[in-house]
Ligand binder design. Structure first.
Ligand SMILES: *Cc1c(COP(=O)(O)O)cnc(C)c1O
Length: 412
């Protein structure tokens, strides 16, 4: 499928997801684990932007044992697509969501006594069996059962019909701080021991996210929950070890329009940016509504963070424009985004690039979880598209007619 055919199908902008890279990353992470440790592939937030259904299929085919999501809707989306692997919903659900979750055969998280009672009530009322993981509060202070409360509750739950405690877990607040992570791990271990004293042995005990997987092999327990690493990125400040990750993600678009402008021309909303010399501007169909050129702003952690933030703000004030610092790649060469980035259109200064024309392919950086779900995803194998997810969720096999199913069966 060439560029024109692809554009005819999905429009002039899309995110390419390389399936072999996702599968490779899953196997690479699995290679860090003992053979007895299971691997949960976290596919929340639309698989960090990669597209939940397709990413989940790729991970399961490559050997993932479990899938992790945050919301009921995310779990149901996987089931509707025919994915039968176990799925854990990693946040508490409201009582009225529980019948739907049990019907979809999702494993639910219990974070409180009232939550546990609601699960039991839903199981009784619906006739579906509830598989639960107890989430223990060990230091993140987000959701979870108080450690003292957990063993007592688990002891009572043992006698409840229709409810099975399959797992017990916690979530690290900052896995890269070893002492803090160790305190959390030890607290979870204490709760596990208290359950064991009552004869309760949940088969799946887990605490590690990506950083934990890299930094704390001794905390892998029965299962680890990997997100970031599977998508080809190393978590902030994590040790890199000998892990070879591949980049599955590329955002591509095409030039829609080119015009010549003279020196001193204000460009875009507010005229924030003024051209310094005669140049050519290309327009690309991507903007902040798609997540383009958005930078998360955190609270500065120290003085040098603060200084960096102030310098950036002052530069912006001095008229460097909203696209300040953002560049794209046109035919392998870098070009700056100029003027304020619009909702769905942005301008690129291509004056220095020589021959550039309407329709040329442009590659840009689009952060994963903030990349709009309205952008089509084009799934490739070794760079060749085999499946497209249109905005709205429809999946279309492309290339050879049978590409979709038969190649899945063979695995990637
Ligand atoms: C998102 C999430 C993960 C995965 O975290 P990564 O750091 O991306 O690997 C694991 N567990 C829970 C509970 C999560 O919410």
């Amino acid at each position: 499928m060439d560029l024109k055919e692809l554009t005819g199908l999905v429009g002039p902008r899309w995110i390419e997801i390389e399936a072999t890279a996702l599968a490779h990353n899953l196997r690479a992470v699995k290679g860090l684990l003992l053979p007895t440790t299971r691997l949960m592939a976290v596919v929340k937030a639309d698989a960090y932007g990669a597209g939940a259904v397709e990413a989940a299929r790729i991970f399961v085919n490559a050997g993932a044992d479990y899938l992790g999501v945050t919301t009921l809707a995310e779990g149901v989306e996987l089931r509707r697509a025919g994915i039968t692997a176990p799925v854990l919903v990693m946040s508490p659900l409201l009582p009225e969501e529980l019948p739907g979750a049990l019907k979809a055969d999702l494993t639910v998280t219990v974070c409180s006594r009232s939550g546990a009672e609601a699960v039991a009530a839903a199981a009784t009322a619906s006739g579906y069996r509830a598989r639960v993981h107890l989430k223990i509060e060990t230091g993140l202070h987000r959701t979870g059962l108080h450690p003292e409360e957990a063993a007592i509750l688990a002891g009572e739950m043992r006698d409840w019909t229709g409810v099975e405690i399959e797992g017990i877990y916690s979530h690290l607040a900052e896995a890269s701080r070893p002492e803090a992570a160790r305190r959390q791990f030890e607290l979870l271990q204490k709760v596990i021991a208290a359950l064991a004293e009552r004869g309760i042995h949940p088969p799946l005990k887990h605490i590690c996210n990506s950083t934990g997987i890299l930094q704390h092999p001794e905390m892998h327990l029965d299962m680890v929950r990997a997100g970031t690493l599977l998508y080809g990125q190393f978590p902030y400040r994590a040790p890199r070890r000998n892990l070879d990750l591949r980049e599955p993600w590329r955002f591509k678009t095409r030039i829609l329009f080119i015009h010549e402008v003279a020196a001193g021309t204000p460009v875009g909303y507010g005229g924030d940016y003024v051209t310094k010399k005669d140049t050519r501007l290309a327009v690309i169909p991507v903007g902040y509504a798609d997540g383009f050129a958005l930078t998360p702003v955190g609270r500065p952690k120290n003085l040098s963070d603060l200084a960096r933030y102030l310098v950036k703000t002052i530069l912006a004030y001095l008229g460097r424009g909203g696209g300040e610092g953002t560049t794209v790649t046109v035919a392998g060469r870098e070009a700056p985004v100029v003027g304020r980035v619009g909702m769905q259109l942005s301008m690129v200064d291509v004056g220095h690039l020589g021959e550039v024309k309407v329709g040329d392919e442009v590659e840009a950086v689009l952060r994963r979880p903030t990349a709009s779900a309205r952008l089509p995803r084009v799934y490739c194998r070794e760079g060749r598209p085999y499946l497209v997810r249109l905005p709205g969720g429809e999946l279309l096999p492309v290339g050879s007619p049978a590409a979709g199913k038969t190649e899945w069966a063979a695995g990637i």
